[in-house]
Design a protein around this ligand. Structure first.
Ligand code: 3PY
Ligand code: MG
Length: 244
């Protein structure tokens, strides 16, 4: 019996890629991860590198996810035009910003995304614009004290497909550490507040773990869609294993 990959959603296990190496990224997409995220905010991906990966992606089982550089309208559309299954929008601090991200990621009537697919230019079938909004995930990053303050309102914005926790920035703005967030078991802990907001709105919650041990700690806090490794972690771990 074959199981359906979880993709970028509940139960999805992904790898986060900062180093714009299309061959490596494609291998990771074939390795069994449910999703592969190209980081255009902090990684070395520019538009040319994104397009190179997207052209090679056809037939790769993992969902192609793009963390866009910012919440800016055009960048979100470009990633989706290239065929990304999901965008991860950084630093969304308010319901207004969440609504703007959804508008950029969705065709009318939900949003204002402009029709301009790139996949047919490299020989793939065109997608049906009428059903695309339901297939594309617009994930907003919860990674500041301001976002935490309004996370219930952000989760309730129509079209927000996933709340994705950026623990490093969240910890920075809360004056804590990633370990501090994970160890905080108080009734008003940041992680519990975010997961409760997601549950109340029917929106899944994910997080950047970065390595399997940290990701397992997020999973133990009920966070379900996880970056369990990075491309750099995979390379470093493989190198260490080979040298042993
Ligand atoms: C964070 O932890 O702040 C992130 O954005 C993950 O890359
Ligand atoms: Mg961040």
């Amino acid at each position: 019996m074959t199981s359906t990959p979880a993709g970028f959603g509940p139960g999805g296990r992904g790898v986060w890629c900062s180093d714009a190496s299309p061959g490596t990224v494609r291998r990771l997409g074939q390795a069994g991860f449910d999703w592969v995220c190209l980081d255009m905010q902090h990684g070395t991906y520019g538009r040319a590198e994104l397009l190179e990966v997207a052209r090679l992606w056809h037939g790769t089982p993992a969902d192609l996810v793009v963390r866009v550089p910012s919440a800016e309208f055009t960048g979100i559309g470009l990633a989706l035009d290239a065929g990304a299954a999901a965008v991860v929008v950084p630093q969304v601090d308010s319901p207004e910003q969440a609504r703007a991200a959804v508008e950029a990621a969705s065709y009318p009537p939900l949003g204002r995304r402009s029709a301009g697919q790139l996949t047919p230019t490299w020989g793939e079938p065109a997608t049906d614009l009428g059903t695309t909004n339901d297939q594309v995930v617009c994930a907003v990053m919860i990674e500041s004290a301001a976002a935490l303050d309004r996370v219930e309102e952000i989760a309730a914005v129509e079209g927000v497909g996933l709340l994705f926790i950026g623990p490093n920035d969240l910890a920075l703005t809360l004056g804590s550490t990633v370990d501090g967030l994970l160890d905080d078991r108080t009734a008003d802990s940041a992680l519990d507040r975010i997961t409760a907001a997601g549950r109340a709105a029917g929106v899944p919650v994910g997080a950047y773990g970065g390595d399997p041990a940290t990701a397992a700690r997020f999973a133990a806090r009920g966070i379900d869609c996880l970056a369990v490794a990075t491309d750099l972690w995979v390379t470093a771990t493989g190198a260490a294993q080979a040298l042993r």
